[in-house]
Ligand binder design. Structure first.
Ligand SMILES: Cc1ncc(COP(=O)(O)O)c(C=O)c1O
Length: 335
């Protein structure tokens, strides 16, 4: 054991919050994904099924293990399509990574049904979804292994880099603890070489404090989302599909084929809306050198999505101003 690193108060409290047996805090969400894949023995000659749209890490973690990412298209909300997973599973599939994209929980019942029927393990990339709930079950409790990022942009945020891997299997948790620091669980002998993925203990302390504030931060984001949804009812935007609690609202994405001019218009009003994501993983040559390039839903999301400002510290008058400007924009654009 590395003195002081195992079973920190944050690890114990976060495992309890998510309702998992084990939490291993690590240096970043990217390290968390990589270590989860390593613990599933993902290596050269393996394929890992991942969504065509996500943050870059979802793909680079697979590539860093020497494995091949097999991209599949997503549903209209940006989450991996369970039927596309089914079609992509083959003899070399070593794992599937599902991402709770924009903070919205993926269709876990269907994903797990497909993967269990092929005995393929599932990693839940919950980097964006801390605090979200689906029928009483917390984000991070769905995959065989789940991973989080706590970088300062996240809903549960440290002041620097941090992440975590959670699971219920003691052998996997112990392996990740060992891989977290040079493949050595006693700081003497390295049993399987790896790099330094340790969490900064100061960040773990900060996260322990931030965890207490998480439910109220997520509540506030859900209130903001509710207000945006009702203000957007008079526009062509359909932003109200899923139950509020099933998202942490890391982002509040809306889709329009006027995305570029909407961002420019809002920027002129002093509103920091973002054209995000702007590229699918499959349209990045470094991440998809020779693979299939047609992923119509993911590509439409990358082309049409604008994320409205979403912070728990947004004031009511700021939320109203954003909503009114978006409504105004669509009045003008549809004239
Ligand atoms: C979906 C997703 N996966 C993984 C990561 C990687 O996390 P980190 O930046 O902590 O390495 C992020 C963070 O940006 C993310 O959004």
């Amino acid at each position: 054991m590395i003195v002081g690193l195992d079973n920190t108060s944050f690890e114990v409290n976060f495992a309890q919050f998510v309702n998992r047996r084990f939490c291993v805090a690590v240096g970043s969400g990217t390290s968390a994904l990589y270590l989860a894949l390593r613990a599933l023995n993902v290596s050269r000659h393996c394929e890992v099924i991942v969504p065509a749209i996500s943050w870059i890490s979802t793909a680079t973690a697979v590539l860093a293990c020497g494995a091949t990412p097999v991209y599949v298209d997503v549903l209209e909300d940006g989450n991996i399509n369970p039927q596309a997973i089914k079609a992509a599973i083959g003899p070399r599939t070593a794992a599937v990574v599902g991402v709770n994209y924009f903070g919205q929980l993926a269709p876990w019942a269907e994903i797990l049904e497909v993967c269990q029927s092929f005995s393929v393990p599932v990693i839940e990339d919950a980097a964006q979804s801390a605090g979200a709930l689906l029928e009483g079950q917390r984000s991070g409790s769905f995959g065989d292994i789940s991973t989080f990022s706590f970088n300062p942009m996240k809903v549960l945020a440290a002041t620097g880099e941090a992440g975590a891997v959670l699971c219920d299997d003691e052998a996997i948790a112990n392996r990740i603890r060992s891989l977290r620091y040079l493949g050595s669980s006693d700081m003497i002998e390295s049993r399987e070489p790896d790099l330094n993925h340790k969490v900064d203990l100061l960040q773990a302390k900060i996260l322990d404090f931030q965890l207490e504030l998480l439910p109220q931060k997520v509540d506030r984001r859900q209130q903001i989302a509710q207000r945006y949804r009702s203000m957007l009812e008079t526009t062509p935007i359909d932003a109200s599909a899923r139950p509020l609690t099933s998202s942490s609202f890391f982002d509040f994405p809306i889709r329009t084929n006027h995305s570029h001019i909407l961002v420019e218009y809002l920027s002129r009003q002093g509103i920091d809306a973002r054209k995000r994501p702007s590229l699918t993983l499959t349209d990045q040559p470094a991440l998809n050198p020779i693979g299939k390039r047609e992923f119509p839903v993911a590509q439409a999301i990358a082309r049409d999505t604008v994320c409205l400002p979403m912070f728990s510290s947004l004031r009511d008058e700021e939320i109203e101003a954003v909503g009114q400007h978006v409504v105004e924009f669509f009045k003008n654009v549809t004239k």
